[in-house]
Design a protein around this ligand. Structure first.
Ligand code: ATP
Ligand code: MG
Length: 337
């Protein structure tokens, strides 16, 4: 039985980019594969959350992140396991053992670490070490498939290296996740989705971007989101054309329209191509996004904390059983037990 594992940090409210680019595709995969009999582990990496500033109340953010999955359409059945990382102590325990089997060189090469610590007078050890914790998150559950964004691919390669080295040294303990190429094939996407910043469309939309107008948050009032889209940066060409290289702003709007409606991008492009009324497209996209937000926010209010806590307590029971069994195998292999 294959295991698919995915998680999203609970640091703040998510953006439309996170939703269309990560949450929605993940939920689609989860629904498909859990019905086919695969284990689908969905966890909140809350220990990863604290490597940087948490925006708001962490505990609330964690529960809200689970609600996001449910509001995005996650169908929970007996193969879907939802849990919080910090409720499964084996993650931290295995991380330590893996730390002792990871070189400083390997960990230092991680671009996420370089980016996140760049320009800072000092950064915490957690930022340096979190890819190893991530390896533990994956290896504890023998997960072969870990659908995630391009920015995390390097960490999959690191996980594979750590697992292979460990297996060579101590015996076949870990299932090695498939290569990033195979991960992409598994996700069924040609290239990763990248929603752009509305003010500066050369950049991707990020929740940590300071400018409010650059990003649409999932809890934005629909009217506020409409204003942001109507004032989105486009270009000074005469008519609409889809090309992220030369016209990132307008292409981004077409892309959002396609992903948010589920209409194939080619159809959306065909409909708008050559039209000179940028305002009409903006109105259309604003309308689509407003409807999406209204529906999503309605669903969020229908999910209670109690329901989430019930799912977590079931999931954490399962996760602890699986993770503790693997940890014991590791401890025995290393000679700790
Ligand atoms: P931060 O600014 O804190 O890095 P972020 O918006 O980049 O926030 P992450 O927490 O880094 O979000 O990533 C969460 C998930 O969302 C990842 O799978 C990432 O690939 C995906 N993601 C982030 N931004 C976008 C985007 N603009 N378009 C599509 N997917 C995105
Ligand atoms: Mg990011």
């Amino acid at each position: 039985m294959k295991t698919i594992l995915t998680g999203i940090r609970a640091n703040s409210v998510l953006t439309l980019g996170n939703y269309l680019g990560a949450m929605l595709p993940m939920v689609k995969l989860a629904n498909k594969y859990s019905k086919e009999g695969c284990n689908v582990n969905i966890f909140v990496p809350d220990l990863h959350s604290i490597i940087s500033e948490v925006d708001g109340d962490l505990r609330e953010n964690i529960l809200r992140t689970i609600k996001y999955y449910l509001a995005a359409g996650l169908e929970v059945n007996e193969n879907v396991h939802i849990y919080r990382q910090s409720y499964v102590p084996a993650h931290s325990e295995l991380c330590w053992i893996l730390n002792c089997n990871t070189t400083m060189g390997e960990a230092s090469r991680m671009t996420q670490y370089k980016e996140k610590s760049e320009g800072k007078a000092s950064s915490n050890v957690g930022i340096f070490d979190y890819p190893v914790l991530m390896a533990a998150d994956i290896l504890l559950y023998s997960a072969e498939y870990v659908p995630l964004g391009e920015d995390q691919f390097q960490h999959i390669e690191l996980t594979r290296n750590i697992a292979e080295r460990f297996n060579n040294k101590y015996g076949e303990v870990f299932v090695v996740p498939v290569s990033t190429k195979e991960q992409v094939e598994f996700m069924g996407v040609e290239k990763p989705i990248r929603i752009r910043d509305l003010v500066n469309p050369e950049k991707k939309m990020s929740k940590s971007t300071a400018s409010e107008n650059a990003k649409i948050m999932l809890d934005d009032e629909p009217l506020k989101a409409t204003k942001k889209i109507m004032s989105a940066t486009t270009d000074s060409f005469e008519d609409i054309e889809f090309d992220f290289e030369t016209r990132p702003g307008i292409s981004n709007l077409l892309y959002i329209e396609a992903l948010a409606t589920g209409v194939p991008l080619s159809e959306v492009v065909q409909k708008w191509q050559g039209i000179s009324r940028y305002g009409d497209l903006k109105k259309q996209v604003a309308n689509t996004v407003s409807e999406l937000l209204v529906e999503f926010q309605r669903r969020m209010t229908e999910i209670s904390d109690d329901e989430v806590l019930r799912l977590l307590s079931e999931g954490e029971k399962y996760a602890n059983e699986v993770a503790n069994a693997k940890l014991l195998e590791v401890q025995k292999a290393v000679g700790l037990r």
